[in-house]
Design a binder for this molecule. Sequence first.
Ligand SMILES: [Zn+2]
Length: 264
Amino acid sequence: MRVYITTDLEGVAGVLLDQQVGVGEDHAEYQRARRLLTREVNAAVEGALAGGATEVLVDDGHAVGSNFIFDELHPKARYVMGTARPTWLPGLSEEFDATFFIGCHAMAGTQGAVRDHTMSSAAWHNMWINGKLMGEIGLWACVAGHYGVPCALVSGCAKACEEAAGLVPGIETVETKRGLSRYSAILEPAEKVQSMIRERAEQAVAKAKAIAPYRLDTPVEIRVEYNLTGQADEVTIMPGRERLDARTIAYRGADILDAMRMLF
Ligand SMILES: [Zn+2]
């Protein structure tokens, strides 16, 4: 039983503000957020192993992939870190039996979600995959589904959990906070979140087989509506790319990985 865990920082317990997610200057608050993320990762690894996983690979998915505190990571998993990756979710393949998304956030435009965005809050307004409005949770489900891997667990704010549950029936969720606005929330304490992640990760491994992988029809179209016309202007139109309107580009590929390779 192999488990692939991807991660982000915005959905981790206690994380709300720019200085916590490493925007701008390196900040003591960012160092604290990294520690919280690392502990949630360790909790997910522990739960996966307790549930019967024999191999766990964990992806450091936020920003340039250098958020985990390496020497504090669980010794029984392996880790994908660093930037300029050849694919999204590097290392994920048909050989895995379940995938988790720890610290995830809701898609751009979700009211009451903590730090809602899709890929880039500076550039992306909306994304549709085969006509369905999605965010990073959706992208994760589609890429995992490409490999036939079921999405078994997410942790993040209440709206992120809701988004995942709407997409993947039967997925286990851990609510880390309940947004009052984009930058404020009622927070669950860190230790409680970590023990919930451990517990639900164990359950998620046990029930993964009963969860259907998220399958897309092919070929695949990813439509991106940018914030500004100027951002769409910068996209070079070539085979597989079409300008649909002032702000929107369609990226087309034989499958989700192929379509993602076209993305600007
Ligand atoms: Zn993200």
